[in-house]
Ligand binder design. Sequence first.
Ligand SMILES: [Zn+2]
Length: 98
Amino acid sequence: MASPSPKTCASCGRRIAPSELYYRFTLILQGEQDVLDTPGGGQGDELASILRQLEADPKDPREWEEQVHWERTGVICTACRAVVMRTLAPPSGDAGPH
Ligand SMILES: [Zn+2]
C-alpha cells in the first residue's frame, strides 16, 4: 500500500534506503545522583542545583529540563549502530590483560 517513508540516520544524517537494514532506538538520558550531600566539595548537589536553576530562571525552562531528562527516538544505520555499541560498551572489552 503506502510506500515506506524515507528514513534518515539520526547519527550521521545519511538517507537509509527502504531496502536497507536499519535500527530503531529510544535513548533516554535521565539525570540521577545517588549522593546528594557531599561534605567539603562545592559540586555535590548538582542535580538539586539544576532543579533550583529551573525554578529561578524559567525563561528557558526547556534547556534546564533537558539537563534532567532528555529523550530521543529515531533510527540509525548499521554503521552507526556499531559506533554506538562501541561507545556504550564497557571499556574492559578489547583491552584485556593478556
Ligand atoms: Zn548513520
